[in-house]
Design a protein around this ligand. Sequence first.
Ligand code: SF4
Length: 138
Amino acid sequence: MRDYIAVSACLVGANTKFNGKNNYNPKIKDLIKGKTVLLICPELFGGLETPRDVSEEKEDGRIYSINGEDVTDFFYNGAYKTLEFLKNHNCYDVVLKNGSPSCGEYTYDGIFAKRKIKRLGVTARLLKDKGFNLTYID
Ligand code: SF4
């Protein structure tokens, strides 16, 4: 059986980030060494496109873009599609991009004030609840 690890696609240099760029982090090399990598991007899995407006989760759990569009359904759709994809590959080790409203361990506060709070992103929350082994890097 393959030794899979899933990684937020933007961490390996894929331009999946909201602004059309990536979050390449050289630390990823050591984390994925010797494993077969599955790339995930919950926001694209959920039907959003790149580039897209930056979004944050509000206190009530709804997610809005900076222009006031309610994008909650896209985020949850992406989270459940990610879960299904990982389960289908029997992959329970995941490296996620911190700070993202989908993937983060810390996420922005919901009022676009550039302030991070300790609150998991939507996909991170779902995967944690389901017992996945999660690692976060910036
Ligand atoms: S949703 Fe996750 S994988 Fe996709 S761009 Fe944002 S941080 Fe990266």
